[in-house]
Design a protein around this ligand. Structure first.
Ligand code: UD1
Ligand code: UDP
Length: 373
């Protein structure tokens, strides 16, 4: 039997988490020859996911360099993926989401006339500069994609609005739910010592993550000042902040939170299994991350999104996600209410999950088979 050669390309932590369960399904299905090419736009944060899901890429472009620009990343990905495509001759190249790896890998496939499958297609904020460069990356990828795998009906509608052929759009659910369900375990024991010493029963623990480019500078300072005010106002609150590896975020965090070591815990990025189980245990999540907005509703965990917009309106409609913006006073007011007003808090904890049933990957694989057998 002729196998379908599927080349999956990814490079950052969220792409890896959301592609890993798909790679596993492809690897275990004899209709496919699965090739993994990582760009390593992220290094440690990517390797941690590869290790956890036991994925050994056939190709590793190893492009990460400190201080590099979006153009540096783009040049390296375009050239590197082009070379690998020429060696492998895949039937289809799969990319995920909206990073610079995503768009440039898709562009390399397009220039080689290899069809592109876009996982997590159709998310839109309708503001090209927020999130930047992600809104541009996902729109540009959509234009050169053959099979669009949209997580939700809303995402499908966005693509239809842009004139994409309905027959090439498939609503599959988000593969992040497949990943999440594979790691959340009520009996999980943390490996991270800081987490083992936290009193989740008697303290209100806030989980903070932040990394978005448009939040660098004043918005990030506002967020950090808001965290300090919340800790000063509420004696039962502690904060866990697994810091993104980006040095500029870490330097600012150390500067702002140096005096609060007992209450604001600055830790290294967590392995996915640790992070997912931490989400399940905390009181409240404050984040500018995209993926966390999709995971939290599945866990019934309130999320304050530290951004001015979101391309994930389903999570807001489900009631578990609130747009809190990037102004200090508003962040403090919204969080204070969720810390001290039980009714307001409980109204956000109902477990509605708009992002899928954990079967997105097997749906995507069947659709690829239908199109290429
Ligand atoms: C990238 C994506 C963003 C995505 C985010 C997920 C682009 C332009 N940005 O942003 O869409 O939401 O990943 O986290 O594609 N670093 C390390 N080790 C790591 C990872 C990063 O040291 O494992 C440091 C390096 O100095 C690196 C810097 O962080 O240069 C920034 O990484 P980069 O991929 O350029 O941007 P992110 O902000 O991570
Ligand atoms: N995550 C993780 N460890 C951490 C922080 C986040 O495994 O210390 C996971 C999180 O559960 C989600 C993904 O990383 O699945 C989000 O990645 P990130 O915030 O870097 O990117 P975004 O989703 O904003 O593109």
């Amino acid at each position: 039997m002729k196998k379908i050669k599927v080349m999956s390309v990814f490079g950052t932590r969220p792409e890896a988490i959301k592609m890993a369960p798909l790679v596993k399904v492809l690897e275990n299905d004899e209709r496919f020859d699965s090739i993994v090419c990582v760009t390593a736009q992220h290094r440690e944060m990517l390797d941690s996911v590869l290790k956890m899901f036991k994925i050994k890429p056939q190709y590793d472009l190893n492009i990460m360099a400190h201080g590099q620009t979006i153009v540096d990343i783009s040049n390296k990905v375009l050239k590197g993926v082009d070379e690998i495509i020429k060696i492998c001759n895949p039937h289809i190249v799969l990319v995920h989401g909206d990073t610079s790896t995503t768009f440039n890998a898709a562009l390399a496939a397009f220039y080689n006339k290899v069809p592109v499958g876009h996982i997590e297609a159709g998310l839109r904020s309708y503001d090209m500069y927020s999130p930047f460069p992600e809104e541009g990356n996902r729109k540009l990828t959509g234009v050169i994609t053959t099979l669009h795998f949209a997580p939700t009906k809303t995402n499908e509608e966005n693509l239809l609005f842009e004139g994409i052929n309905k027959e090439k759009i498939y609503v599959t659910g988000n593969t992040v739910i497949d990943a999440l369900l594979s790691v959340v375990d009520r009996n999980h024991v943390f490996e991270e010592i800081v987490l083992n010493n936290i009193d989740f029963e008697n303290k209100k623990i806030i989980l903070l993550t932040t990394h978005r480019r448009e939040n660098w500078g004043d918005p990030m300072k506002n967020i950090f000042n808001a965290i300090i005010e919340l800790v000063n106002r509420n004696k039962d609150v502690e904060v866990v902040f697994p810091m993104h590896k980006n040095p500029s975020i870490r330097e600012l965090a150390y500067k702002y939170f140096n005096e609060y070591k007992q209450r604001i815990h600055l830790i290294e990025p967590l392995e996915y299994v640790e992070f997912a189980n931490l989400m399940a245990k905390v009181h409240l999540i404050m984040t500018d991350s995209g993926g966390i907005q999709e995971e939290a509703p599945a866990l019934g965990k309130p999320v304050m999104v530290l951004r001015t917009e979101t391309e994930r309106p389903e999570a807001v409609e489900s009631g578990t996600v609130k747009l809190a913006g990037v102004e200090k006073d508003r962040i403090v007011n919204v969080a204070d209410k969720l810390i001290n007003d039980k009714k307001a808090y409980e109204s956000m904890t109902q477990s509605a999950n708009p992002y899928g049933d954990g079967m997105a990957c097997s749906r995507i694989v069947e659709i690829i088979a239908e199109n290429f057998m």
